[in-house]
Design a binder for this molecule. Structure first.
Ligand SMILES: Cc1cc2nc3c(=O)[nH]c(=O)nc-3n(C[C@H](O)[C@H](O)[C@H](O)COP(=O)(O)O)c2cc1C
Ligand SMILES: C=C(O[C@@H]1CC(C(=O)O)=C[C@@H](OP(=O)(O)O)[C@H]1O)C(=O)O
Length: 391
């Protein structure tokens, strides 16, 4: 399964084309809309989210809510496009009026300067429009569709905020991970609600204070996936390791600078005897691990434990507090002048991370098994799990 997205932040609309979804999958657009809404929420977002109400339109590959096996097209309208006149029109010709707002002042921490140099753009709007995290709308739409597929084979995926601006959102250890729907109830990724209401209140206060100072915040998000078959991915080649593919998927999210599995960087702080997950056997459960320090991966393969992936998001680069930069035309220094921006988008990013994990896990399952039609995929997975139970 592969997908691509298209669209500019303030262009008319965003599009995703997905190829390789099995025929016969029920696709509920309202479930996609619910995830799009989660991505739009979260304390600390800027005014753009008051303008947009992201709703998916499915325009190809689906009939009567069932996938047909061909490419699926998803579209979301940018309501803000209406405020941009011809400036973001794909068809209007260039005039003094629609080029007057040329962007020549690159923002530190953004793609603006390097993108201009690389693509020979003198108007940096041509860079920022596509490098904007507005694009993650379509990743969430694709991920939401993938979650509908994963649910049909017993896999659940959930992303949430683990830390924001240095304050832990889940100070307690994750409870025994069973049904992720239960986890959704207590950890609402769309806001900074956490296991611990005190922590959530502290985070909201910190976001308010940071906004007042014209500054921004980053954080850590966590994604948990349960119900995965043993043996997705492979140790036999670098390009087949599934943990490596997940790392790439997470770091591909705008502003993400690091990724870890299970105890991640914390593993370096203990001797091996405290970090390995010992192996046990039970007649009913088969092989199982007594702990999950390694986040569900051994040798680049799923080992049957929940997959636990974390990603770190840098603070939002556009600050109301000015940062120094240099105008690409005049080569004169300036201090940035901001119109609007998020103070933090870590809650939204946790929904994006969930989508990226769902997409990558769906790809791994569809690569491994015959995926032309959903019932055959389900039958193959069942046979595979039954075979492994005899090992
Ligand atoms: C959901 C989400 C919302 C974001 N909102 C903003 C924003 O309002 N302002 C901003 O400057 N950056 C925002 N970013 C971050 C930038 O898109 C990102 O830092 C920039 O494209 C440069 O890419 P890089 O940080 O991956 O190098 C957001 C990122 C995400 C994931
Ligand atoms: C539009 C979204 O996020 C945007 C991501 C973003 C950036 O630079 O990445 C900058 C802001 O855009 P604008 O300049 O239009 O306010 C955010 O609002 C979204 O998440 O849907």
């Amino acid at each position: 399964m592969r997908y691509t997205t298209a669209g500019e932040s303030h262009g008319p609309q965003l599009t995703a084309v997905i190829e390789g979804i099995p025929a016969g999958l029920t696709i509920d657009p309202e479930k996609i809309n619910a995830d799009l809404k989660r991505r739009q929420q979260g304390y600390g977002r800027g005014n753009r989210m008051k303008i947009e109400t992201d709703q998916v339109q499915i325009t190809a590959g689906v009939r009567h809510q069932k996938s047909l096996g061909g490419p699926i097209v998803l579209q979301v309208t940018n309501r803000d496009h209406g405020h941009w006149g011809d400036i973001m029109s794909p068809t209007a010709t260039e005039t003094p009026e629609n080029t007057v707002r040329q962007v020549t002042k690159p923002r530190p921490g953004h793609a603006d300067l390097v993108g201009g140099e690389k693509y020979q753009h003198t108007d940096l709007r041509n860079v920022l429009e596509r490098s904007s995290a507005r694009e993650t709308t379509m990743r969430v739409a694709v991920g939401s569709l993938c979650k509908q597929l994963l649910a049909e084979v017993g896999v659940q995926v959930l992303g949430f905020v683990q830390m924001l601006g240095g304050i832990a959102a889940d100070p307690a250890q994750l409870p025994e991970i069973g049904d992720l729907t239960e986890l959704t109830r207590i950890t609402n990724a769309s806001d900074v609600r956490t296991y611990d209401e005190d922590a959530a209140a502290k985070i909201r206060t910190l976001i308010d204070e940071t906004k007042q100072k014209g500054d921004t915040l980053g954080g850590v998000v966590q994604v948990v996936a349960t119900g995965l078959p043993v043996g997705l991915g492979s140790y036999v080649g670098a390009d087949r390791k599934l943990d490596a593919k997940l790392a790439r998927a997470i770091v591909s999210i705008n502003a993400f600078k690091g990724v870890e599995f299970g105890d991640g960087f914390g593993l370096a702080q203990h001797p091996g005897s405290e970090d390995m997950d010992e192996i046990f056997y039970d007649n009913d459960k088969g092989f199982y691990r007594g702990s999950n320090h390694l986040g569900g991966f051994e040798g680049g393969m799923t080992n049957g434990m929940p997959v636990i992936v974390k990603g770190v998001m840098k603070p939002i680069p556009t600050l109301y507090k000015p940062l120094r930069s240099v105008d690409v035309n005049t080569k004169e220094p300036f201090v940035a002048n901001v119109e609007r921006s998020d103070t933090t988008a870590v809650p939204a990013a946790s929904v994006v991370a969930e989508a990226m994990v769902a997409i990558t896990l769906a790809q791994a399952i569809l690569d491994k098994f015959d995926a032309d039609a959903l019932p055959r995929l389900q039958a193959q997975l069942k046979a595979y799990n039954e075979e492994l139970a005899q090992y």
